[in-house]
Write a protein that binds this ligand. Structure first.
Ligand code: TXA
Ligand code: MG
Length: 348
């Protein structure tokens, strides 16, 4: 399949009449799939009302069909067609965080969206992305757009068009290159169908930010231990993993270095995922740092790119620092734990 490629300048080509957007949106109208930038990660979009279009997302990604997709909209008026009701908590969150990195779970209206989008659930996940190109594309298509992250299932999500091309060239109808994404981790998924809102996936909007506007918010307990059946179907799959095994290390620089030394003595090539603060403190075959511990937003921003970069080295094992579970740290640790298959060692 030919994969078309469009370059857009985010603050210039941000109108639904811009030629690249018009061309790309025609593919969506024709039930083809297109990758596009959002403020979190690149999405792989398709007409959420069409079984044929949504099937193409699942086959391009190799995604299990029981994992439902997020529906992207460009204005709140589109909601009325898609959901049964808008609970007060959802109203508050939309007011404060849309457009933005927050996906809200609603009771769905039957018979509107492709059943494949919601994987047989009676709820639907909806988000309005805070990215001018994404909004213009959805508006030009004049459709609700189902869009998971535009990676092959299991790999780290794409934060550049190059990541998308590496995973999906030849398998999709096109990629809109709008440069690097900002947030770097996916949206927060919050279930507003229960009395107290529940975070099913931590992401760009933090628990603290949600609580500030709505009062207490719960966190799906299965996220904490990585045990039990998560309410968000996607959270049960191995995800975000680089090729080499990853182990998280919670301890001092000296302790981490002693574990690196042990592996090197066994003849293994060791990769170390660290931060600006510690990048000169380790000796290993391949040292990559993602952002600064003093601003976890910078860690989220480059986390997936760094995880992907380890695949360009020949390391046998990767060690990573851990992060405090506050603010966006909760999303960072969630992704790292999944990438590591929950292998975490603590210094005694
Ligand atoms: O930032 C993002 O959210 C990106 C960009 C492209 O918008 N999209 C994204 O989609 O991360 P995806 O498909 O990779 O993740 C969707 C998550 C999965 O964990 C899925 O299980 C959950 O949302 N989800 C979707 N519909 C749901 C529903 N009805 N109930 C519970 N969880 C749902
Ligand atoms: Mg994903």
């Amino acid at each position: 399949m030919k994969t078309n490629y469009w370059i857009v300048e985010n603050n210039v080509d941000s109108d639904k009449s811009c030629p690249q957007i018009v061309e790309a949106s025609q593919f969506l109208k024709d039930d083809e799939v297109i990758a596009f930038p959002t403020e979190t990660v690149y999405g792989l979009g398709a007409n959420a009302k069409s079984d044929a279009a949504v099937d193409k997302i699942f086959s391009a990604k190799g995604r299990p069909s029981d994992n439902p997709l997020i529906v992207h909209i460009s204005n709140k008026e589109q909601l009325a067609e898609l959901v049964e009701e808008i609970p007060p908590a959802a109203e508050t969150f939309m007011e404060k965080f849309w457009p933005g990195a927050l996906t809200i779970i609603f009771k769905k209206k039957e018979g509107v969206l492709s059943e494949r989008v919601t994987a047989g659930l009676d709820t639907v996940a909806i988000r309005m992305p805070d990215h001018q190109v994404a909004l213009a594309l959805i508006e030009a298509a004049d459709l609700p757009i189902a869009a998971p992250s535009a990676n092959v299932s299991g790999r780290p999500s794409p934060t550049t068009a190059q990541h998308v091309i590496k995973d999906l060239a030849g398998k999709i109808s096109g990629v809109i290159n709008g440069g690097e994404t900002g947030v770097g981790v996916e949206s927060t998924v919050v279930d507003c169908t229960s009395e107290v809102p529940v975070i099913l996936r931590p992401g760009g909007v933090t628990k603290e930010q949600l609580e500030e506007v709505s009062g207490p918010v719960q966190v799906d307990p299965s996220l904490k231990k990585g045990e039990g059946a998560p309410k968000s179907p996607g959270m049960k799959y191995t995800h975000y993993a680089p090729d080499a095994p990853l182990v998280l290390l919670d301890g001092s620089v000296d302790w981490i270095q002693s574990l690196i030394d042990e592996k090197r003595q066994e003849g293994l090539k060791v990769g170390m995922l660290t931060t600006e603060e510690n990048k000169d403190s380790f000796q290993a075959e391949h040292i990559l740092f993602c952002g600064s511990r003093s601003d976890l937003g910078t860690v989220a921003h480059s986390l997936y790119d760094v995880l992907r970069s380890f695949n360009e080295s020949d390391v046998d094992i990767i060690f990573s620092e851990t992060f405090p579970q506050e603010g966006v740290g909760m999303a960072i640790m969630n992704r790292l734990q999944k990438a590591a298959g929950y292998q975490l060692l603590k210094e005694k």
